[in-house]
Design a protein around this ligand. Structure first.
Ligand SMILES: *[C@@H]1O[C@H](CO)[C@@H](O)[C@H](O)[C@H]1NC(C)=O
Ligand SMILES: *[C@@H]1O[C@H](CO)[C@@H](O)[C@H](O)[C@H]1NC(C)=O
Ligand SMILES: *[C@@H]1O[C@H](CO)[C@@H](O)[C@H](O)[C@H]1NC(C)=O
Ligand SMILES: *[C@@H]1O[C@H](CO)[C@@H](O)[C@H](O)[C@H]1NC(C)=O
Ligand SMILES: *[C@@H]1O[C@H](CO)[C@@H](O)[C@H](O)[C@H]1NC(C)=O
Ligand SMILES: *[C@@H]1O[C@H](CO)[C@@H](O)[C@H](O)[C@H]1NC(C)=O
Length: 287
């Protein structure tokens, strides 16, 4: 093979890698976690995906529920997105403050969103205790944390805290349209808790919510971004595995460019990620 041919082949391989679509299993897990994220609204009388069993409902602190899914062998924690006035008050507490709750002790110079931390600090110990109990009852089950919007921000903040207590690599995270939860040091700590790309930061088209807390305000995302480049009804080949935390070919670029895929007017993650019967309204701009 000539050098020129080689470089062309190599460039093609690299292009394929950079825009790697996800496999069906990964896609199914993303869709499935979206159902659980949706099911955290409204609270406290939330519904649950078929075939799952509710273990706990959290109405104080980082709100949501813990369930067990015998089919997938998941112990799944779902954080609710913005719903009540308390959530809105905490959303407004945007100061970066020292990260000091359970699970934070080995994070040096870490700062996090004051409101998200206030919530998680109130129930993180209960959540850890409940997950550990569930783990004993369901040995070999995988611990999965999910949530949409504010819930996605808690996947980052509270999920990272929990993962550091349970042991890095023992928790898988799926955040949907989550906001950034802390500074660069915190984002690195988040990545350490979720090795091997096990923090799925799912974004959609030009949805602005994931870009609401920005580097210029001291906020950085952790995790690996999985950008849905087509709505509604995306397929695995429409999910782009992104590079870095503000990939211009993904959500950050779509928001910055002010555009999205041609012809798309709706950017409701749940519209395509939830079964119609479970559909909930999650408009762009809501957090
Ligand atoms: C939850 O459901 C119970 C039983 O149906 C009902 O009594 C209660 O008012 C509901 N709570 C809310 C907040 O909807
Ligand atoms: C943790 O930080 C918050 C926000 O700065 C503060 O209000 C709280 O008192 C701190 N808690 C501890 C245990 O230091
Ligand atoms: C958590 O992860 C550590 C390190 O990978 C592993 O040794 C440990 O067994 C895991 N804990 C459980 C309960 O699976
Ligand atoms: C990451 O994945 C590789 C390959 O599956 C595995 O060997 C390794 O132990 C994983 N690392 C962690 C920290 O879980
Ligand atoms: C945004 O525009 C830049 C510069 O033209 C381009 O490289 C990038 O792919 C665009 N991003 C998206 C998501 O369309
Ligand atoms: C997202 O893209 C759609 C389609 O191009 C457009 O109508 C909408 O205004 C865009 N939204 C934002 C926030 O840029």
């Amino acid at each position: 093979m000539t050098a020129k041919m080689f470089s062309v082949v190599f460039a093609l391989a690299l292009a394929a890698l950079c825009s790697a679509a996800v496999d069906q299993q990964t896609f199914d897990n993303m869709v499935y976690s979206a159902h659980f994220s949706a099911d955290a609204y409204p609270m406290p009388n939330c519904s649950y995906p078929e075939g799952t069993k509710r273990l706990q409902v959290y109405t104080t602190g980082a709100k949501g529920f813990l369930a067990v899914d015998g089919q997938r062998k998941w112990i799944i924690l779902s954080f609710r997105g913005t719903y009540d006035d308390e959530d809105k008050r905490r959303n407004g507490m945007r100061n970066l403050v020292p990260y000091n709750i359970t699970g934070s002790s080995s994070c040096q110079d870490c700062k996090v969103h004051e409101g998200y931390q206030e919530a998680c600090g109130l129930n993180v110990d209960s959540i850890v205790k409940d997950i550990e109990a569930a783990w004993r009852s369901y040995p070999g089950y995988k611990v999965v944390v999910t949530g949409h919007s504010l819930g996605g921000a808690e996947v980052a903040l509270c999920g990272t805290s929990i993962a550091h207590v349970l042991g890095p690599g023992n928790v898988t995270a799926y955040s949907l349209a989550g906001l950034a939860a802390g500074n660069e040091k915190f984002a690195a700590y988040q990545d350490a808790a979720f090795p091997n790309k096990s923090f799925y930061r799912i974004t959609s088209l030009n949805d602005t919510v994931p870009q609401q807390l920005k580097p210029s305000q001291g906020y950085y995302h952790g995790g690996t971004e999985y950008w849905i480049s087509k709505e509604p009804d995306p397929s695995p080949s429409d999910v782009v595995v992104c590079n870095g935390q503000a990939d211009i070919n993904c959500n950050a670029g779509a928001v910055k460019n002010g555009t999205s895929s041609p012809g798309v007017t709706s950017v409701r993650i749940e519209r395509s990620f939830s079964q119609p019967s479970r559909r909930i309204t999650l408009l762009t701009g809501d957090s």
